[in-house]
Structure formats: C-alpha cells, structure tokens
Design a protein around this ligand. Structure first.
Ligand code: ATP
Length: 253
C-alpha cells in the first residue's frame, strides 16, 4: 500500500484548474520530487495534501486513512509535516523554541492534562525538549539552540524550519523548494540532510526548481503541467520524456 495515495484530486479557482484530476501514489520510504513549470500546480498540490486548501474533488489517503476532509492539525497528528516556500520562523524566539512550536500538535497537554497531574506535563515537556534537541542536532544546529532565530544565516534558517518539521518524527515530510536561495555548498549540505531524514524513516516529497538537486536526490519524479500529472517515474527517465521536455520548453521566453 502507498503511504500517500491521491485519486482524481482537483482544485479549481474561478475557472482555473490549479490541480486537475491528479492520481499519485507515493510509496513509503525514500525521496520523491514534484516538479513542473511555474504555475503548474505544485504548491496547490502541497496545500491540498497538508490540508491548507480543500479539494474541489478527489481523495487523499494517508497510509490507508482517508484524510480528505480532515483539517491541517489532524493531518499533522497523523504524520504529515511541511515547510513553506518562504521561511516562516519566529525571529524573536530561539532556535530551540521554534522547534518546540512544531511539537505542539503532539505534546499539547492543555488544561485537561494539567488537571490530571503536573508530573505528566513535566514529562511531556522533557520529552519535547529531548526531541527538539535531537532534531536540531540532525540538521546541524545544536550549537545555535539558544540563538534568536532572527540572527541565523539564510541557510541555517531553512534548516531550522526543517528541524521544526521533523521534530515530531512525521511519516511524510513535504518540502516546498528547500534549496531556493541557497548557495551551492548549502544546497549540497541540504541534499545530504534530506537523505539522512529519509534514511531515518521519514518519506520525503519535495517541490524543487533546481533540477540538479532533484536528479541527484529523488528516487522518483512526478511532473505537473497545467495542473495535470504528465509523468511519473525515475528521475533519469523524466529527463528524456518528450511530454516533460515539451512542458518545459513550451513555457520558455
Ligand atoms: P510556482 O512554481 O510558480 O510556485 P506552482 O506550480 O506552485 O507555481 P501554483 O502556485 O500551485 O503553481 O498555482 C497553480 C495555478 O493556480 C496558477 O495558475 C495560479 O495562478 C493558480 N492559483 C493558485 N492559488 C490560487 C488562488 N488562491 N487563487 C486563484 N488562483 C490561484
């Protein structure tokens, strides 16, 4: 069974089919890429999967559970995490605190738990701190745990977002253009990090424009064009596929 199965998934905006009857199976494990020209529907598809946008039609099934009508918090609890195209971190909070905000859906003790007993709350807090520390270590930011996020370099800020997303050990991690704005050294380090995350058991689905990054990293590639899936298969085969070449060349200039 696929980890993520999309069936005839569509989202329309006033006559525009941003995502148009997409069928997609993402197997558990590995790194999978979603590519396509500008406006192809990649971000809309991510928004549909993470629950930020409701589909006009179709279904989204995560590991056998139909999540089509579930909100983003429920999907986060079920194991879908994501990062955004533009960095979304809290500058005045420390790196560690930023990662802790990512653990909220799993560790929210709430008033009920406070009534049950402070001991459990403290234990949850300790667990959350441990997990946040591990996530920061995995992305190589442990030494900056106490630094205000606003003081981080661009590359480090992007890694911090990833740390926040993986702290809850998600089953599926959606990375929206993680290499955007990174220099070649940062991009290489990012590829190594994404591999590490996949090896640790989180399936990665990423949107990326940097084709070299995608080709060297992805086990499979899905190509969207005008909201439709026009290719799904190995990265090397995508490069030679006439419909994919046409989609990219046809939009130039
Ligand atoms: P890019 O690579 O430029 O980020 P993309 O592949 O992520 O593009 P989307 O942002 O998903 O593409 O957009 C797909 C289409 O849907 C575009 O034509 C876009 O203008 C349209 N669209 C997306 N969101 C909305 C919205 N909220 N309202 C109206 N149209 C939208």
């Amino acid at each position: 069974m696929s980890l993520l199965a999309l069936r005839r998934l569509s989202r329309h905006y006033a006559g525009i089919a941003a995502v148009d009857r997409v069928d997609l199976d993402v197997p558990g494990g590995g790194v999978h890429a979603l590519i396509g020209p500008n406006g192809a529907g990649k971000t809309t598809l991510f928004n549909l999967i993470s629950g930020l946008v409701a589909p006009s039609a179709g279904t989204i099934v995560l590991d056998g559970t139909d999540v089509t009508r579930r909100g983003p918090e429920v999907r986060a609890r079920l194991g879908i995490a994501r990062t955004f195209q533009n960095i979304r971190i809290f500058g005045a909070m420390t790196a560690l605190e930023n990662v802790l905000t990512g653990l909220h859906p799993r560790f929210a003790s709430g008033l009920g738990a406070v009534l049950v007993g402070l001991r459990r709350v403290r234990r949850e807090e300790r667990q959350a701190l441990d997990r946040a520390g591990e996530a920061l270590a995995l992305v190589g930011l442990q030494r900056l745990a106490g630094a205000p996020a606003a003081t981080l370099s661009y590359g480090d800020a992007r890694r911090l977002e990833i740390a926040r997303a993986i702290a809850g050990a998600p089953r599926l991690l959606l990375l929206d253009e993680p290499a955007a704005g990174m220099n070649p050294a940062e991009t290489m380090a990012l590829a190594a990090l994404v591999r590490l995350i996949a090896q640790a058991g989180t399936t990665v689905l990423l949107v990326e424009h940097d084709m070299r990054f995608v080709m060297g990293l992805a086990d499979s590639v899905t190509v969207l064009n005008f909201g439709r899936c026009i290719f799904h298969g190995a990265a090397e085969a995508a490069r030679r596929d006439p419909a994919v070449i046409e989609a990219y060349l046809g939009r130039r200039g």
